[in-house]
Design a protein around this ligand. Sequence first.
Ligand code: MN
Length: 331
Amino acid sequence: MLENIKKVSGLIEKSERIILTTHVVPDGDAIGSVMALSEFLKLKGKNPVIINHSETPFNLEFMDPGNTIRVFNENKEENINLIREADLIFILDTNDFKRTKSLETFIESSNAEKICIDHHTGLNTDLFSATISNTEYPSTCSILYEYMKEVDEKHLSKEVASSLYVGIMTDTGSFRYPRTTSYVFRVCADLIDRGAEPVSLYESIYATTSMENLKLMGKFIESFEFYFGNKVVTGIVTRKDFDDLGLGIQHVEGFTSLIMDIQGIKIGIVLVELPDNIKVSFRSKGDIDVSILAKEYGGGGHKNAAGANVRNATIEGLKSELLGKIKNYLD
Ligand SMILES: [Mn+2]
């Protein structure tokens, strides 16, 4: 990893117009990554610009107090020019240009050097000038932490530490998922020493549930069906559920971890009906690798947490198809 770190630092050094972006429907690790690296680069005297496809989810807005994150389709022409004129583009918490949605074609055709910092599978190093990627890491923010600690520890300010902490907390499901190792706590302890406030960061992100959101969760729980001796559970959110409550995709955050809290569950499948596709999330415990299943549907992820977007399918059709395949994963 050290060689890549040097390469990344060299590219930062010689760049003047740096763009940072992350994946569609950004989570805490995505927003944490762009905010932490942007702040870090500013402390190094750079002037980075963050352009995302999606608006920042409401419970993560506090991470960007200056409202600096640009949304691609707002001021589209300006953003296209920024990407066109960039000399360096960071793609964070994804290694797939497609996941940057509306930015995809502009990033692809840009002459800028491209750097990927990520922890997902499926990295194609040919697409980038440099990469720091390791699927063993629990979050992109923990990779960024290693990078910053190696190159410029003094720039790990309170702001940077807080953003990194959020990324690690959210991607480990608040320190519950399998990659919650002693390493994770050592990193977080250091981030707290540098000013990250675990209690208020947790409350800002999780203590934000509205009554409508709880009702959506209620409908989701009512939809649960159990299979294969209660080892497999499915949960569904339909478009009607969203429409009835005036909610959207950002309000199902945490639903997938909810189903895995059920005792004895080995595999959880969550199907969320969106305007032009079904978002399916897979969760598993132990050695069951659900990323293989996600790949069959053009998606990806990790062994215990993966997903895909499926077009031209119905919820019921897709569900029974998946249950047909899931049998093999239980043996
Ligand atoms: Mn992540």
